[in-house]
Design a protein around this ligand. Structure first.
Ligand code: NAG
Ligand code: NAG
Ligand code: NAG
Ligand code: NAG
Ligand code: NAG
Ligand code: NAG
Ligand code: NAG
Length: 490
């Protein structure tokens, strides 16, 4: 059973490659253009199974076109053709459907539209003369002249990936394809964040510039980052010398294959190089089994033992449901409290903390603050760490650390402490109860599925020492192949 599950991705992958191959061969008559001039338009042709090319780079390695993703959706993407991995996506707010008649047009502005919904996505620039895809995978809207003026470039709007030589600035962010995680640059660091609708988003990993070869000079401009062909992620304030060098495994080994850095759907940041037939992984930001926000679910405790994830409330039939937002609404006091000794937070060092006199003081400060979801008190240091996001990333800690966790809703059972019913009326409570029950039932199913997926991956990840999460032993390339293959099943 498990073995079949493990083989399935590669089998599907093979099927997809064959299918994709024949799709391209089948449409060989309409080779994609090398440049697109003002006035061009094309409509999506659903007879392509996975990708409809529109524009090619000079070497035929990258192509801009309509990409099918998540089975039913259509995205304007730049694809690395040998691997079918998208290196850029337009990422409209409302994704178009693969079965729809989305059209692509260039009239100085690049526009994706649909007869029913109108404009789905467009570039903010006007007055472009041509659209070109460079051999670096950078898509550019250019205004002809001497010199050629670049009005818009896809390199300024990355999606989940940076390719080598692509400059990443503090104006840009990487988002995982599921939009749950992001990567941004700060004043002297870059970090990974959980996108839980909070501003600022909670951080779960941070890399600070070492400033070994050059110092960051305040007021001399923001820093930027770039994946270098020599095999490292460099942070710079200017071109003279990097302020940080984050080396990949193949640093300075003369690898000439294309490199990319991708923020993956499990929240990990990984680098790869293309060796001519596959993407070889040579950097993983988070290697501790409990270090990823996706390692365990909400209200779960991650441990290095087996099973990796347990419910914080010791329940064996599904943990407490996921939550979002904060507790600041009109039912702000509508929560109950779960306490647990011997817990810690993976990202403790990245959270705000205050020194308090006692556990009671720590709990009290969280209790009175509706944007606080929980707190961990360390009685050895007197530090109180507050979580301003729904409970996640809890790990085992020593007995001196005590966790205080809010759970939305009325006390779920007789023996639970804390919590007040709030000002809600009986009727409202009944409605909330029904909703919570339905949610919990749904979540139970999700949990069981999630558990099964996790169990399916445990052995692989232990032997290879890879990061955890539902996608843990799939590299990004194969993950994307699954996304593609899912659509193929249809
Ligand atoms: C280009 O097309 C878009 C969408 O149809 C339209 O809003 C825009 O005004 C057009 N621009 C020019 C210069 O024709
Ligand atoms: C990256 O930049 C270097 C130096 O500017 C250049 O030699 C190389 O061709 C570039 N690589 C790509 C893929 O653009
Ligand atoms: C994929 O499709 C499902 C169902 O249509 C949707 O719920 C989910 O949000 C989609 N995922 C992404 C990453 O768009
Ligand atoms: C690329 O890497 C894969 C997996 O490590 C290996 O099987 C393959 O032989 C390599 N290809 C080349 C051209 O080096
Ligand atoms: C759960 O079990 C642990 C260890 O067995 C215990 O220390 C803890 O108090 C229990 N928590 C709850 C909420 O029952
Ligand atoms: C932590 O709390 C326990 C129990 O209240 C106490 O026995 C212990 O001395 C405390 N540890 C420190 C370092 O204060
Ligand atoms: C409320 O709690 C959050 C998270 O712990 C913290 O960031 C914020 O500063 C707190 N607000 C106040 C007013 O204490």
């Amino acid at each position: 059973m498990m073995r079949v599950e493990k083989m399935l991705p590669s089998i599907l992958c093979l099927v997809v490659s064959i299918a994709a191959g024949s799709a391209w061969v089948g449409n060989a008559a309409s080779l994609p253009a090398k440049q697109i001039e003002r006035g061009f338009s094309a409509t999506h042709d659903p007879s392509y199974s996975e990708f409809q090319p529109l524009l090619a780079d000079p070497n035929g390695v990258f192509s801009l076109g309509f990409l099918r993703f998540n089975s039913t959706q259509l995205e304007l993407a730049v694809l690395h053709l040998p691997s079918s991995v998208p290196v850029w996506c337009a990422n409209p707010a409302r994704p178009a459907l693969w079965t729809g008649s989305t059209s692509f047009s260039f009239n100085g502005t690049l526009v994706l539209s649909d007869p029913e919904t109108g404009i789905i996505w467009s570039t903010p620039t006007a007055g472009g003369d041509r659209l070109v895809l460079l051999d670096s995978s950078n898509l550019q809207i250019q205004k002809l002249g001497d010199p050629v003026d670049v009005l818009w470039r896809s390199f300024d709007f990355p999606s989940d990936t940076l390719v080598q030589n692509q400059t990443f600035t503090s104006k840009a962010a990487l988002f995982s394809t599921n939009r749950r995680y992001s990567m941004r640059l700060g004043s002297n660091y870059f970090a990974l964040y959980m996108e839980v609708g909070k501003d600022p988003a909670p951080m779960y990993w941070k890399h600070t510039a070492m400033e070994a070869r050059a110092q960051i000079v305040p007021g001399e401009g923001s820093i930027y980052a770039r994946v270098e062909p020599a095999g490292f992620l460099g942070m710079y304030q200017n071109e003279k010398a990097p302020v940080d060098v984050l080396p990949f495994d193949t640093f300075s080994r003369g690898i000439s294959g294309l490199r990319r850095l991708t923020l993956e759907p499990d929240g990990n940041l990984r680098a790869y190089y293309w060796n001519g037939s596959t993407w070889v992984r040579d950097f993983t930001a988070i290697t501790e089994p409990c270090g990823l926000p996706s390692a365990c679910g909400p209200y779960e405790l991650c441990s290095t033992g087996e099973p990796r994830c347990k419910c914080l409330d010791n329940s064996t039939d599904g943990c407490l449901p996921a939550d979002s937002g904060d507790l600041c609404g009109s039912e702000g006091d509508d929560f109950w409290v779960l306490r647990r000794k011997g817990v810690d937070l993976v990202n403790r060092e990245l959270l705000g903390f205050q020194k308090v006199g006692s556990l009671a003081e720590c709990e009290d400060s969280c209790e009175r603050n509706c944007s606080c979801w929980g707190a961990v008190f360390n009685n050895a240091t007197g530090y109180c760490y507050g979580m301003d996001y729904p409970i996640r990333m809890v790990v085992e800690g020593d007995e001196g650390k005590v966790g205080y966790f809010k759970v939305r809703g009325n006390a779920g059972g007789g023996g639970r402490e804390g919590g007040s019913a709030g000002k809600s009326t009986r009727a409202a409570l009944l409605v909330i109860g029904v909703v919570i029950f339905a949610g919990a039932a749904g979540f139970g199913v999700y949990q069981v599925r999630n558990r099964m997926r996790m169990i399916g991956g445990v052995d692989g990840s232990m032997t290879e020492g890879l990061a955890p999460g539902p996608y843990k032993d799939l590299n990004s390339a194969s993950f994307r192949s699954i996304e593609l293959s899912n659509s193929f099943k249809k």
